[in-house]
Ligand binder design. Structure first.
Ligand SMILES: [Ca+2]
Ligand SMILES: [Ca+2]
Ligand SMILES: [Ca+2]
Ligand SMILES: [Ca+2]
Length: 466
């Protein structure tokens, strides 16, 4: 009796288990950016090798631009009849509100020399077409005695500082990385917006819909049965599922690749938060999909790039993108549902409001109303809203220069947006009212611009932080 039961269980499990050849067979290159796990057991070449053959290894890619290149033993063929069209799943260690998304790139070995010496094609994820996403970001890291400084070709700069958990140097050490210069080196890649939210003391970096690694949580199900990347809920093994058909060239045009040999995973976010340090992708392994024609699901998707609590206008140009099997589909029409009467969306995706008020909005594909996105905002543009914003004279910051607490006089109620001297938005106060005191001690020393926005007017004030 015991023997028979055991036999049945083994048969059941082995029917779906992945073969050894479905896991990563070789690490070709590991070039991390500086980060809190670099030079620890999770950030050295041995760590890179830990993701071969399994899905529970662990390697850190460090900050923005850090990457790893790996392959499976055989070329990976683009199969449209795979579940949801997916070829492989990459696993990381994200949490529900803490993703560290990495872009994924593929390369065929057309010259058959077993080397990744041809063209990398990015698998364009859900955020690829957003105006807040960039390609060809060159980030230079410089090794300072107690931190790492970075600068990029968009005139931005910052530091990766040591935190209290990991006290070792964060710049890749010569003893592990003999191809990385000891003083400075440059990493180039695609970047998506960090969207780091630190409200209420909790740091959040939300997962993107599809197309990024270390983004979505895994389950304990078999790793060769993939998640449907087009739905926000988790199916099958979870993790991040990839379709070779998402490949784009340098100009963002889709390319049809029959098969690929090399895969590069590269941290796509330059982000830092006080509590958790720099955003640094971790990868634990990857697994090829087992073909299964029965496994099907929704393959339309909608994504929205939107985070305005208040719109001081009667329209907003929405960044909304529809995808069909993960490829951008511009020929779609939307229907709109909202509690606020008089809202419409035109063929250019501009949302128009006829009244001020709080709006909870759902946009659906007309051809497939099962696929939708929602947003909440406040339209604030009508006469009764605007008349009370500013008092008789222009706004003034006191004191200026400031060391910590400040007040903005002559503002009854407005939104305040803080920009650094490069014009990059670094913070905002959604509702500033009536000489309220604000604490600006979080700003580094330097020059800033405060934009004070009401429904009818905008003021820009210079602020010096000491
Ligand atoms: Ca495919
Ligand atoms: Ca992670
Ligand atoms: Ca080659
Ligand atoms: Ca899903």
């Amino acid at each position: 009796m015991m023997i028979r039961r055991l036999f049945v269980i083994i048969l059941f499990v082995s029917a779906a288990l992945p073969a050894a050849s479905q896991f990563i067979s070789e690490i070709i290159e590991y070039q991390p950016a500086p980060g809190q796990l670099i030079n620890t057991s999770f950030g050295i070449p041995d760590a890179a090798n830990s993701i071969i053959g399994i899905t529970n290894g662990m390697v850190s890619l460090g900050g923005f631009g850090g990457y790893i290149v790996f392959r499976f033993s055989e070329p990976v063929v683009n199969q449209t009849d795979n579940p949801y069209g997916i070829e492989f799943t990459i696993f990381g260690n994200p949490m529900p509100a803490w993703a560290e998304p990495a872009s994924v790139w593929v390369m065929p070995d057309e010259n058959n020399n077993n080397l990744p010496d041809e063209t990398w094609y990015e698998l364009a994820g859900s955020d690829y077409f957003f105006s807040t996403s960039r390609t060809n970001v060159e980030q230079i890291y410089t090794n300072l005695s107690d931190s790492v400084r970075w600068e990029n070709n968009f005139s931005e700069s910052g530091y990766i500082r040591r935190n209290s958990f990991y006290k070792q140097p964060y710049f890749p050490d010569k003893q592990y990385f003999n191809t990385i210069d000891e003083v400075s080196y440059t990493l180039t890649g695609s970047q998506i917006s960090g969207n780091i939210e630190t409200s209420e003391g909790i740091v959040k970096c939300y997962p993107r819909l599809f197309g990024y690694a270390d983004n979505r949580m895994r389950t304990s199900n078999l790793p060769n049965v993939p998640d449907n990347p087009y739905t926000p809920q988790t199916e099958n093994c979870g993790g991040d599922a990839f379709d070779i058909a998402w490949a784009v060239d340098n100009d963002g045009n889709y390319v049809d690749l029959e098969s690929i040999t090399f895969i590069k995973v590269q941290n796509a976010i330059s982000g830092y938060s006080e509590n958790v340090g720099e955003i640094s992708t971790e990868i634990t392994g990857a697994c090829l999909v087992t073909p299964n024609a029965q496994l099907q699901g929704e393959t339309d998707a909608l994504v929205l790039n939107f985070n305005s609590d208040t719109i001081y206008n009667d329209y907003i140009d929405l960044e909304i993108f529809a995808f069909e099997n993960g490829r951008l589909n511009r020929n779609v029409e939307f229907e709109i549902e909202s509690n606020l009467n008089g809202l419409t969306i035109d063929s250019e995706s501009v949302l128009h409001a006829s009244h001020s008020g709080k709006a909870d909005i759902t946009l659906k594909l007309i051809d497939n109303p099962n696929v939708s996105v929602s947003l909440s905002t406040y339209f604030k543009f009508s006469e009764q809203d605007t008349s009370e914003v500013f008092k008789n004279s222009a706004p003034v910051i006191l004191p200026n220069p400031v060391t910590s607490d400040a007040q903005i006089l002559n503002v009854k109620q407005a939104k305040i947006v803080i920009y650094d001297r490069y014009g990059k938005q670094i913070g905002n106060i959604q509702k500033y009212s009536d000489n309220q005191t604000i604490n600006l001690s979080f700003l580094a020393k330097g020059l800033y611009f405060l934009e004070i926005v009401s429904a009818s007017e905008k003021y820009c004030l210079k602020l010096v932080k000491l």
